[in-house]
Design a protein around this ligand. Structure first.
Ligand SMILES: Nc1ncnc2c1ncn2[C@@H]1O[C@H](COP(=O)(O)OP(=O)(O)OP(=O)(O)O)[C@@H](O)[C@H]1O
Length: 668
């Protein structure tokens, strides 16, 4: 390091103390920042790239964008109310898309954290986005670790995203107020980046032989399974991170291999093995002697893995996200009718309009089940076998929404794909078009949408011709459209076109069937229907105000189900810390003396960072991270529970309680 100043300010680093690896990365980044001529006192640069570049970059990164947005939405749900935002960037560090807490979004725009801005180290010095992209690894850059003083109020965790052919295509970042720092954020960001990678992988090799494998059969179909793609002749095409880890080889090294050199089996034997049922896993032996469970079936691990593409979708284009037909029990209006009088009345009304070509508008707070209700209506209609296409108007940037909705012809604009694209309205032909967050539809497109609804014809950009389209339209919003109309932000004629029947879903706190909803959610969380809830916890849950409604309940129960002990009962100690903290807060209406929290279950300072290969099952819950931290520490300490517990800052009993959830043979 020589005598070069390696820190951007003379202030001491505040919380969190960085891991040694991170210190080295930040030192190197600071040296690069100096070499680039960035000054610690530079002001945020709002002019660097501009909107023209953004449009081109969005078009260039369309595939990444489509697969990242649904994951970003999930991540946003997990970090809701933490004064943070989720950002997607290009491989060069340009912000492509952002979403998050509205109060923080406002502040973020003051430090140029908005789409179109460049966060490479060249312009911003050390920062999580630029540094993760340069160092090609996930990192948290906190407070005054940022090179520029103007960014010292931020805490940022970022992970690069790899394309199916191994190159970095972008980065996923969570940035927040430095006072809202949380140790789990980096692991969440890593898992989410890996999820995006797996979704891109799943839609990249439709004709290849895809092998899903893991040493433990229960991990097949989860975020941590290895996926490798081969040509039908057995030539290696690609492998995700977990596959590379399990096969013990980098992407580059794998390229010299074939299916038979990696799995000790000729390709023909693989076809024979799975001839009966591709869904049944079989055990194979890897070239390194490790035995793994495999399947070749392309099972949708998520809504994005095997999208239903309507006959009109263009052949060569990366598939768009089309909302999945939900699982059996989630599929009907009857399923959603769980005894609340308001909801029953709504469902009775909706039953009357199904198949009557009456546009339905669903109002309701976030997480009340608007999307689910729209899917239920579709599934109960004669259109059930046709596509259900969901468009979230809030998550598509203004610059892309026109092309996304209406489609475009070859060469319609700079960067347009060779064969053009059909657009989501045409993709919904014969089925249902669900326009979520319709209040966010840009004003200039409202008139075009109105014409489509009135004339039942679409003209893709640059096509110069109209195509007939037959869709049932369901829209939803949590905004007050009447207010938007009064402000001139929403067209009144479109409003009247969409509101054939308007229903307002009650907030969870207003519902009288809380117990039934809890049961339904536990049921929907596969394998957890048998889990009970202690009366004290049920009372607390019932009295809570649930700002995130059923989504929040779903997330909380999913976490609690992972934490339960052998008696399968959710007690207070199984609830997430942030939820208990909220209840403990003196200002909270339910504030009550709850037992003190256990120390956080994260690796102590100096412990190695979590590896994505050790991450938990569904990639959504903080407690998966907890289990993985435990597994990693146990491995590191060769199964010594005392040492692992000490490193994690928890009691030995905490680890023993999770014994059944940890990989076998880990505990001494
Ligand atoms: N009745 C229910 N039973 C089980 N799960 C439900 C129910 N209603 C909603 N959920 C779950 O809650 C979550 C949120 O539901 P959904 O996406 O339909 O809400 P939303 O109102 O459309 O939210 P947003 O306005 O934020 O888009 C989903 O995980 C969904 O499966």
């Amino acid at each position: 390091m020589g005598t070069m100043p390696t820190r951007p300010s003379d202030m001491a680093v505040q919380t969190p103390p960085p891991l040694p690896d991170a210190i080295a990365l930040i030192d190197e980044a600071n040296q690069r920042s100096l070499a680039f001529g960035v000054s610690t006192d530079d002001e945020p640069d709002f002019t660097s790239l501009g909107i023209g570049h953004l449009k081109d970059s969005l078009e260039e990164n369309r595939f990444l964008f489509q697969h990242a947005v649904p994951v970003m939405e999930t991540l946003r749900g997990q970090i809701a109310n933490t004064h943070s935002m989720v950002l997607l960037t290009s491989a060069q560090g340009m912000v492509l898309h952002s979403m998050g807490d509205s109060d923080f979004l406002e502040k973020a725009s003051e430090v140029a954290l908005v789409p179109g801005m460049d966060w490479s180290e060249k312009t911003k010095g050390t920062n999580a986005i630029g540094t993760a992209l340069t160092a090609q690894q996930a990192i948290t850059v906190h407070g005054d670790q940022h090179f520029m003083r103007t960014n010292h109020a931020l805490t940022c965790s970022c992970a690069p995203i790899l394309a199916p052919y191994g190159e970095i295509v972008g980065a996923l970042d969570v940035t927040g107020d430095h006072r809202s720092y949380h140790q789990h954020t980096l692991a969440l960001v890593r898992m989410s980046a890996q999820m995006i990678e797996n979704h891109m992988f799943a839609s990249s090799f439709p004709k290849a032989v895809r092998l899903h494998f893991h040493a433990r059969p229960e991990f097949l179909g989860t975020l941590v399974e290895g996926i490798a793609a081969f040509t039908p002749e057995g030539r290696f095409l690609s492998a995700n991170r977990s596959a590379q880890f399990q096969l013990g080889m980098s992407f580059g090294a794998l390229q010299a291999h074939t299916f038979s050199s990696l799995f000790n089996l000729p390709m023909s034997a693989l076809f024979e093995l799975f001839a009966g049922s591709a869904a049944t896993p079989h055990q194979l032996c890897l070239h390194n002697g490790v035995s793994v469970w495999c399947r070749t079936e392309v099972k949708p691990a998520s809504p994005w893995a095997t999208p239903i593409v309507s006959p009109l979708a263009d052949a060569g284009a990366p598939p768009v996200r089309i909302a999945p037909v939900p699982k059996g029990q989630l599929s009907s209006l009857q399923y959603l009718d769980t005894g609340d009088a308001q909801l029953s009345a709504i469902i009775a009304k909706l039953r009357k309009v199904v198949d009557r070509d009456i546009p339905v508008m669903i109002l309701g707070e976030t997480g009340t089940g608007k999307d689910l209700l729209a899917q239920a209506m579709h599934n109960d209609s004669v259109r059930a076998r046709q596509p259900f296409v969901a468009v979230n108007c809030a998550s598509i940037p203004d610059t892309l929404i026109e092309a996304e909705l209406f489609g475009y012809e070859e060469g319609a604009f700079t960067g347009a794909r060779k064969k053009g694209a059909s657009g989501k309205i045409l993709q919904a032909h014969g089925g249902t078009l669900f326009l979520d967050e319709i209040g966010d539809m840009p004003k200039h497109l409202q008139a075009r949408l109105l014409r489509v609804l009135q004339e039942r014809k679409v003209s893709p950009l640059g096509a110069g011709k109209e195509m007939e389209v037959d869709v049932t339209v369901i829209s939803a919003t949590h905004k007050n459209l009447k207010e938007l109309i009064a402000r001139g932000d929403f067209r009144e004629d479109l409003y009247y076109r969409l509101n054939g029947l308007v229903v307002r879903l009650p907030a969870l706190r207003e519902r009288s069937d809380f117990g039934a909803v809890v049961k339904k959610v536990l049921h929907a969380l596969e394998g957890n229907a048998h889990i009970a809830i202690a009366p004290q916890v049920m009372e607390l849950l019932q009295a809570y105000h649930w700002p995130g409604n059923v989504r929040q309940l779903h997330n909380l129960l999913r976490t609690a189900c992972v934490m339960v002990d052998d008696d399968c009962t959710i007690r207070l100690e199984h609830l997430p810390d942030d939820f208990l903290d909220e209840l403990r807060a003196p200002m909270h209406p339910l504030a009550m003396p709850l037992p003190a929290p256990e120390l956080p279950l994260v690796p102590s300072v100096g412990a190695p960072p979590l590896s994505t290969d050790d991450l938990g099952e569904d990639g959504h819950s903080l407690h998966d991270v907890t289990l993985n931290a435990m597994a990693q520490m146990l491995r590191l300490h060769k199964g010594n529970v005392s040492a692992a517990a000490k490193a994690l800052g928890v009691s030995r009993n905490t680890i023993y309680r999770k014994k059944n959830l940890l990989p076998p043979d880990l505990l001494d």
